[in-house]
Ligand binder design. Structure first.
Ligand code: GLC
Length: 448
């Protein structure tokens, strides 16, 4: 997944603008690249902001991993992890026979869950294409499915008003040149043309595509993949699209995986995560996250200005594992009541509590209480005056008392009034800021 060995030059040429999200980096970049580059970087940055706007507002998306590995139901890396020969694995292509329009249920569930966009695997590491292509026979219309699964997906997402993304794995375990491209220049040239060709088809044949989500650039680097030319083609075909950073160039956003960490350089970021421990369908994987964990994760992403791309791994017939439906449905009940607290572009400074997490919109602080303490909920070190407070789900006003060291919300129910997390909206006099060091230092000691 890592963009391995990016040269400084590639970095400047490839991202230019993305660095400029940090004012300091902008200066460095301009100094290194000269006035011409500054000009184009500013233009690129403005264009990036335009393309990324919907995505920042969207916050929450659905990832879908679906392919031949779903037939075996033992994780999407089964081919490599069990050392299955290509000739044996290929047989799955005939056995993969999903029911028509399975994607409609995915899109409906995504919408209900409060997800605003979808990203589906068009080709995973196994090399099988869920879309129609002239470049191989190892694709859905020419194999078991007998039709274009990417088209069904695109239409289903659009029918629910969701933005549409394609995941595409550069690494390919099936193609004859997929590994030897690293050591044989003719193979590299062929494989790069094949790869660029498949991406061209994806971005030509399905109307407007909103996200291109590259994955695993092994065994080449940006120069080997000709990633700059790749991105140039992508933007020529789809001027509004956004691309991630996994074709060994920085792209428009970073992609922390299975963890929630804001990008240290201040770039846009999206945390992708599984609902259990597998991306592809894994029948025996019962390590499901709870709805509470998912809501908390969504809140943590919103706290630091990131997106959350949460995965489902449909079964070979296209149906969604029951546990995924259950979790996402409950998450959707929460987002329908509390969505305003996560759809915000404002970073939130307060973060200290052992039972709550926080987001902010303007002067309103949202305190997301995930372990409900009972009739009183308290917060230390809020430096900003509170004007009013209410339970976000019901609108019910909440009484409060505030001094220099804490604010206490009182008269609350003994049991949590909302599930899996109760959000208290706290309107403050200015941007809410928390300082717990102040409390530790200044609070009156006994006899002093
Ligand atoms: C990793 C895995 C892959 C999965 C991806 C999602 O790169 O190799 O199976 O598709 O992460 O982010």
């Amino acid at each position: 997944m890592k963009s391995n060995g990016i040269l400084r030059r590639d970095w400047l040429v490839g991202t230019g603008a993305s660095l400029l999200t940090l004012a300091a980096s902008a200066k460095t970049s301009a100094a290194l690249a000269g006035p011409q580059a500054t000009k184009s970087s500013d233009a690129e940055e403005a264009d990036r902001a335009r393309r990324m706007q919907w995505w920042h507002e969207a916050r929450f998306g659905m990832f879908v991993h679906w392919g031949l590995y779903s037939v075996l139901g033992r994780h999407e890396w089964v081919m490599e992890n069990e050392g299955i020969p290509v000739s044996e694995y290929e047989q799955l292509a005939k056995r993969f026979q999903p029911k028509p329009n399975a994607a409609r249920a995915w899109a409906k569930l995504a919408k209900q869950a409060g997800q605003k966009y979808m990203v589906m695997t068009s080709k995973h590491h196994e090399g099988f294409c869920n879309f129609d292509t002239k470049l191989n026979n190892y694709c859905a219309p020419k194999q078991g499915p007998g039709r274009d699964l990417a088209r069904e997906y695109v239409e289903a997402a659009r029918a629910e008003g969701l933005r549409v993304g394609f995941y595409y794995s550069l690494m390919d375990w099936h193609h004859p040149d997929g590994a030897r491209c690293a050591t044989n220049e003719d193979a590299r040239k062929r494989f790069v043309e094949y790869t660029h060709g498949l991406i061209r088809e994806l971005l030509t044949n399905y109307g407007k595509i909103d996200v291109l989500w590259y994955d695993v650039s092994w065994p080449l680097d940006a120069r080997g993949w000709e990633s700059e030319r790749m991105n140039k083609m992508v933007f020529e075909l789809q001027p509004d699209i956004i691309v991630n950073n996994r074709n060994a160039l920085p792209g428009d956003f970073s992609t922390p995986e299975q963890e929630i960490v804001a990008d240290k350089r201040g770039r846009a970021w999206e945390s992708c995560m599984t609902l259990n421990e597998s991306w592809g369908y894994h029948q025996a994987d019962d390590a499901w996250k709870t709805p509470k964990t998912i809501v908390r994760n969504l809140v943590y992403c919103a706290h630091d200005g990131g997106n959350y791309l949460l995965n489902i791994g449909p079964k070979p017939d296209g149906s969604i594992p029951e546990e995924s439906v259950r979790v996402l449905t409950e998450v959707g009940r929460w987002t329908s009541r509390n969505g305003e607290s996560i759809h915000t572009q404002d970073r939130c400074q307060p973060h200290e509590s052992n039972y709550a997490a926080f987001t902010r919109k303007g002067n309103t602080l949202y305190m997301h209480v995930y372990f409900w303490p009972g009739e009183t909920v308290a917060l230390a070190g809020l430096k900003t005056g509170v004007k009013s407070a209410w339970l976000l789900a019901s609108g019910q006003q909440v009484k409060f008392q505030q001094d220099r060291f804490r604010v206490r919300f009182t008269g609350l129910p003994a049991e949590a009034p909302d599930h899996p997390v109760t959000t208290i909206a706290i309107e403050c006099e200015s941007e809410p800021l928390q300082d717990t060091d102040f409390v530790r230092r200044e609070r009156p000691r006994n006899t002093v």
